[in-house]
Design a protein around this ligand. Structure first.
Ligand code: ADP
Ligand code: ZN
Length: 204
């Protein structure tokens, strides 16, 4: 669907948002593959913080499909590694990048590039994640995908974080690199965040 309503030479920004396991990487890979079939020059980046499945040089989806990608962990690295001739620029796991990514992708779109961004729009608390709100506002096309709630089978819209099998506390860090946390897709009703408590166990 995305892209069809635009002039072939005009730039624009597409955001594929949604929870983990909702198929954002699958959808980004699908759009990139179609751009390659259309003989476009395509450049794919992905945030360093997520190196599941195939190491840092590929975008991997939970169903095992991959495409090659350049690892980055800041908007500055995207700027430095940009191929000036790329017609399509795709970034997976964009929620982990700093807010400098917003002016950068706007500029790319102004200069005629098709920009495809995939990222989870809310963190484990259900709150906006990094640059996602600004990216969603500035995009011409937004798709919000759902996963399946592992508890009840409803459409899942929330990232459930579990630490040692229990819902994470509200005040645990948004990103625990190398941490022993796990994530599940859940619907709003099944989503749990433990209240933050002080050292004495009092609610904060
Ligand atoms: P995302 O990039 O949004 O995390 P992926 O594209 O990597 O998603 O993976 C989507 C795939 O994950 C689905 O096609 C399906 O095979 C698998 N999957 C695993 N758990 C779930 C779930 N709870 N709901 C939907 N899909 C799931
Ligand atoms: Zn549910």
């Amino acid at each position: 669907m995305s892209g069809g309503i635009f002039q072939p030479n005009g730039g624009w920004i597409e955001v594929i948002a949604g929870v983990m396991f909702s198929g954002k990487s699958e959808e980004l890979i699908r759009r990139v593959r179609r751009s390659l079939i259309a003989r476009k020059r395509v450049q794919v980046f992905k945030s360093h913080l997520d190196d599941r499945y195939s190491g840092v040089h590929a975008v991997g989806s939970h169903d095992g499909r991959t495409i090659e990608a350049l690892p980055v962990d800041s908007s500055q690295q995207v700027a430095l590694r940009l191929d000036p001739l790329a017609q399509v620029v795709a970034i997976d796991e964009v929620q982990f990048l700093d807010r400098g990514i917003v002016p950068l992708v706007k500029d790319l779109a102004l200069r005629g590039r098709r920009v495809i961004l995939a990222g989870t729009d809310t963190d484990f608390r259900g709150e906006p994640f990094g640059p996602m709100p600004d990216l969603l506002c500035t995009a011409e096309v937004v798709d919000k995908l759902h996963a399946i709630c592992v508890r009840c089978g409803a459409p899942a819209t929330h990232n459930q974080r579990l630490i040692d099998g229990k819902p994470a506390r509200y005040d645990s860090p948004v990103v625990m690199v190398g941490g022993a946390d796990a994530y599940e897709a859940r619907c709003r009703a099944c989503h749990r965040v433990d209240a933050a408590t002080d050292a004495q166990g009092q609610l904060l």
